[in-house]
Design a protein around this ligand. Structure first.
Ligand SMILES: Cc1cc2nc3c(=O)[nH]c(=O)nc-3n(C[C@H](O)[C@H](O)[C@H](O)COP(=O)(O)O)c2cc1C
Length: 331
């Protein structure tokens, strides 16, 4: 018998496959479908403070009239609407907790730093088993100093950790002026898990109409290399558990991430492309591979291909094609 069980931020999971945060995890039916497919945990669709505010502005526009300049009323309205959005999410969490027996991880994206811990507390109260903070803000301001962004992320994790008891992961972007040091700081600030990496909404151009349009939202099976590199470099160097995200479309890639040191792998694009049913095949193929390699448990091969020894370090740290390292013969 193969032991696929794995530990992630203190949660005992039946296997290392987690459904990542996306639209598929935004309803009780979606969560149930994923749980039935065999995933060991789900990360809920993020609650976006920005969306709450937008909804709030719409409602205000439609209902305000005579109250337009009444700040006290506006304040009340603000809290009322935020409350409604969080209540709806709490309802989903409570019902999902009744219907599935896998851990449910709440996800948050707040625009203002003050709201992070308040939303986090409410999700905790609703019953999530852990939280994942989705914190990236595009550093497009040419006047912003590098450490302003860093400080913001650190203060968010510190504040949330002060206010909730459940484990807290932070999901980060691959773009940072000093990624390894930043991850260490997040670890020191108390993150129980670090999800590497988020993949974002992309923009594209239509060259016939000059329009800016949405780029393909889904990753391909070749998009995993950067995640693999960083999981390998960081595993064993931080206390936080590492969750691999981006480009995981097969058992083979999932195995590589675990070999690099990931506690869990998160799937999103694969679930959109091939449905929740594809999880069973991935789990089966992981088990087959474990048979072939005589592994009994996931823990036996976690971190088996590491940044160190020296010859691996050279490969992980090299980014220029000075000499092609692959077994292929590239001229
Ligand atoms: C349609 C869609 C919606 C997503 N929504 C969220 C979200 O609400 N919160 C979040 O943290 N990540 C969100 N993501 C990012 C995914 O969780 C994941 O990190 C990313 O897609 C990379 O994984 P993949 O290669 O398996 O797709 C979304 C991705 C997609 C494709």
């Amino acid at each position: 018998m193969k032991i696929l069980e794995t530990n992630y931020m203190g949660l005992r999971l039946k296997n290392p496959i987690v459904a990542g945060s996306c639209g598929l995890t935004s309803t009780v039916e979606g969560i149930k479908r994923l749980a039935e497919s065999g995933v060991a945990a789900v990360v809920l669709k993020s609650v976006f403070e920005e969306e709450v505010i937008k909804e709030h502005e719409e409602t205000l526009k439609n209902n305000l009239g005579a109250f337009e300049n009444n700040m006290e009323f506006l304040d009340y309205y603000d809290y009322q609407i935020k409350d409604d959005v969080l209540k709806k999410m709490a309802g989903i969490i409570e019902e999902a907790k009744n219907q599935v027996d896998i851990p449910i991880i709440g996800s948050l994206n707040c625009a203002t730093s003050g709201e992070w811990f308040s939303y986090a507390k409410q999700l905790e109260k609703a019953g999530v088993d852990a939280l994942e903070l989705n914190v990236f803000k595009l550093p497009f301001d040419i006047n912003q100093k590098a450490d302003e962004q860093e400080k913001l992320y650190l203060s968010i994790i510190e504040k949330v950790k002060q206010h909730v008891q459940i484990p807290v992961a932070i999901k980060i972007a691959p773009y940072s002026s000093n990624l390894a040091a930043m991850v260490k700081k997040l670890d020191d600030a108390g993150a129980d898990g670090i999800t590497l990496f988020n993949r974002f909404y992309n923009v594209d151009f239509d060259i016939m109409t000059d329009e800016v349009k949405a780029g393909n939202p889904y990753s391909s099976e070749h998009d995993y290399f950067n995640t693999l590199r960083w999981i390998s470099i960081l595993s064993g160097k931080v206390n936080a558990d590492l969750a691999a995200s981006t480009g995981i479309h097969s058992a083979e890639t999932a195995i590589k991430m675990i070999m690099a040191g990931a506690s869990v792998v998160q799937l999103v694009s694969k679930l959109y492309k091939d449905g929740a049913g594809s999880v069973a095949g991935i789990l089966k193929n992981i088990t087959h591979w474990m048979d072939k390699r005589n592994y009994v448990s996931i823990d036996e091969f976690r971190g088996s291909v590491h940044h160190e020894p020296k010859e691996n370090a050279e490969r992980f740290e090299r980014v220029q094609f000075m000499k092609y390292f692959s077994s292929h013969n590239a001229e």
